[in-house]
Design a protein around this ligand. Structure first.
Ligand code: AGP
Length: 593
């Protein structure tokens, strides 16, 4: 969702802001803007549209001592010029960009209106900037005015703020939305994540909740709303490099990330298994054994990985629940006495999960976060973190993170069972993945056959159903084809009414227990004219199957089947000429509820 950049005194200020925003495009956005400050004059360029449009708007040569930039993913008000950030206060004293949502902005807006403030946009952001000005005009310093303001805000925010009278300083504040400070050789940077700063900064500081302060070329001041919490900050290095975020010859990040899957599985094994030993924290394993319930919470693709995780742990005798985080956040049902919560999130910044974590903290139950993002809000909030080591995932559609999530859950289960043979099973998976990657042209043919359909259906049973749900999400996300997934046996209970001539039905078959039952469901849809594409495996293959994956242990079959599903969506989107890495309306990291 929204992205923020800012820096001071940088010679290549324009380049940093524009290229920085470009590197945040993957987060999802519909408008973009920048403000430059030069000798007490703030100039703002903003519009609905893409970074390329903004680049055309900002003059080639910009003289300025500091600047901030923003990509907006609309929450309050449609994407238009007036709602795009940056926003400036009524008297022009403060200009800011904001990532997050202010829940009480209407009350604050009314309060400001009674004080004579006026508003041009529909945004909650314009309220923040005017509230800062309101407090400043009462005689506070800018820093105190910002402190006073954020004390009044309910919701989430990452802010970068210019003050007209201090041309070489950028103020900031953060709650529940990500913000990172970078330290370069000659100046400091602000951004929503590391990416914009990788070419400029050597070390980084992840701003934590309730912190606020400012950056200058040589100085950083970080305050905390609770002064007891104020401590010296330390900058760290990141393993990410500019090369990690390149396309490396691929036309799209999604394709690159799908094809990194074998490496991802290897990395998971290398990080959590060594010399015939699992490398998980013994305390975590003990807590998992003692827990009377494992409660999985996640959203989207991560939720689909959690569905697989639930089966894994139920199979070894644990009672499990799996909830969509945005539902659990409002209907938190916990039956057991001693549950352990498992939060799964690629980004580690998903707002629905952050809300759940606040509830878990109040309950005092142990919390394990499985995330790809070290230092993320969820990583920091949890008692135990297991990193996915999938490498930066840039395409909005999650692919390799799912692979890492399912792989890690399989390893965790093996650790609880003491099953050291999993490494052999993983080796088979890696070989199977490579085989599928080598045969991707055959999957492209399937994609070309389904891409013109208005609707598609995915079927499976057991783990194959979990894959079907993920396959359906992927197809919707990047092709905009309507699709649904059902357990094969459920069809006759209603959905079969949707099956008519030439409707594509894609079925996954990996489990001998349900293979025959699913095949008879397929006969039923064929009889109604559906075009059936069966993705089976060598052990269960039949002559007319559309694609056959190599054999792996059934419990690991989602790791192969999902790659076929990802390719189907990718190639369909490619031939439909969709914006594959940045599908419409979507954001990589969903930082608002
Ligand atoms: C997946 O392709 C999606 N873009 C989306 O469903 C995503 O998985 C979901 O928003 C959860 O994100 P997280 O894993 O970063 O928490």
């Amino acid at each position: 969702m929204c992205g923020i950049v800012g820096t001071i005194g940088e010679k290549a200020l324009r380049t940093y802001l524009i290229e920085g925003l470009r590197s945040l495009e993957y987060r999802g956005y519909d408008s973009a803007g920048t403000s430059f400050i030069d000798q007490g004059k703030v100039t703002t360029y903003r519009l609905p549209g893409r970074i390329a449009d903004l680049e055309g708007l900002v003059p080639k040569e910009v003289t300025a001592s500091a600047g901030i930039g923003h990509t907006r993913w609309a929450t309050h008000g449609e994407p238009n010029f007036t709602n795009a950030h940056p926003h400036t206060s009524n008297r022009g004293l403060f200009t800011l960009v904001h990532n997050g949502v202010i829940d009480n902005f209407r009350i604050l807006k009314r309060k400001l209106e009674t004080q004579g403030f006026t508003f041009a946009s529909d945004t909650d952001t314009e309220v923040i900037v005017n509230l800062i000005e309101f407090h400043y005009l009462k005689g506070l310093t800018p820093l105190k005015a910002i402190q006073k303001t954020i004390e009044e805000l309910d919701g989430s925010y990452a802010l970068a703020i210019l003050f007209k009278e201090e041309n070489e300083r950028i103020y900031f504040a953060k709650l529940h939305s990500p913000l990172v400070i970078g330290k370069g050789e000659t100046t400091h940077y602000l951004a929503s994540d590391y990416l914009p700063m990788l070419a400029y900064a050597k070390t980084f500081y992840i701003v934590t909740d309730y912190q606020y302060g400012y950056i200058e070329q040589q100085d950083v001041v970080v305050k905390h709303l609770d002064p007891q919490e104020e401590k010296p900050i330390t900058f760290h290095e990141t393993e990410l490099t500019v090369d990690d975020i390149g396309l490396n010859g691929y036309p799209h990040y999604m394709l690159k990330e799908i094809e990194e899957s074998p490496e991802v599985v290897k990395r998971i094994a290398d990080n959590y298994f060594d010399d015939n030993h699992f490398l998980f924290d013994d305390v975590l394993l003990q807590k998992m054994k003692e827990a009377d319930q494992l409660i999985f919470l996640a959203c989207g693709t991560s939720y689909h990985a959690a569905m697989v995780g639930r089966r894994y742990f139920e199979e070894i005798g644990k009672t499990c629940r799996v909830y969509i985080a945005s539902e659990f956040a409002y209907y938190p049902e916990v039956k057991g006495e001693n549950p352990l919560f498992i939060v799964i999130s690629q980004s580690g910044e998903t707002a629905d999960l952050i809300r759940c974590v606040q509830l878990i903290k109040q309950r005092g139950n142990p919390l394990l976060t499985i995330t790809n993002t070290k230092g993320s809000s969820l990583d920091r909030a949890s008692d135990f973190t297991l990193l996915l080591y999938a490498g930066m995932e840039i395409a909005v559609a999650s692919t390799k993170a799912y692979i890492a999530q399912v792989g890690l859950l399989a390893l965790l289960r093996a650790a609880l069972m003491g099953n050291n043979d999993i490494l052999t099973d993983f080796i088979q998976v890696i070989a199977g993945m490579k085989n599928i990657i080598d045969s991707r042209d055959d999957i492209e043919t399937i994609a070309q056959q389904i891409m013109s359909a208005p609707s598609a259906f995915f079927l499976g049973r057991g783990l194959d159903y979990d894959v079907a749900v993920e396959a359906s999400l992927k197809l919707k996300e990047i092709t905009y084809i309507h699709s649904e997934a059902f357990p094969g046996g459920e069809l006759k209970h209603g959905p079969i009414a949707l099956i008519s001539k030439n409707v594509p039905v894609i079925a996954f078959i990996s489990d001998p227990i349900t293979a025959a039952a699913l095949r008879s469901n397929l006969e039923e849809v064929k009889a109604r004219g559906a075009l059936v594409y069966t993705i089976s495996n060598l052990a269960l293959a039949k002559e007319d199957d559309a694609f056959i994956t190599p054999n792996v242990k059934v419990y690991l079959s989602p790791l192969l089947k999902v790659i076929v599903a990802q390719y189907i969506s990718y190639f369909a989107a490619l031939h439909l000429n969709r914006d594959i890495d940045k599908p419409r309306n979507l954001a990589k990291s969903v930082t608002v509820e």
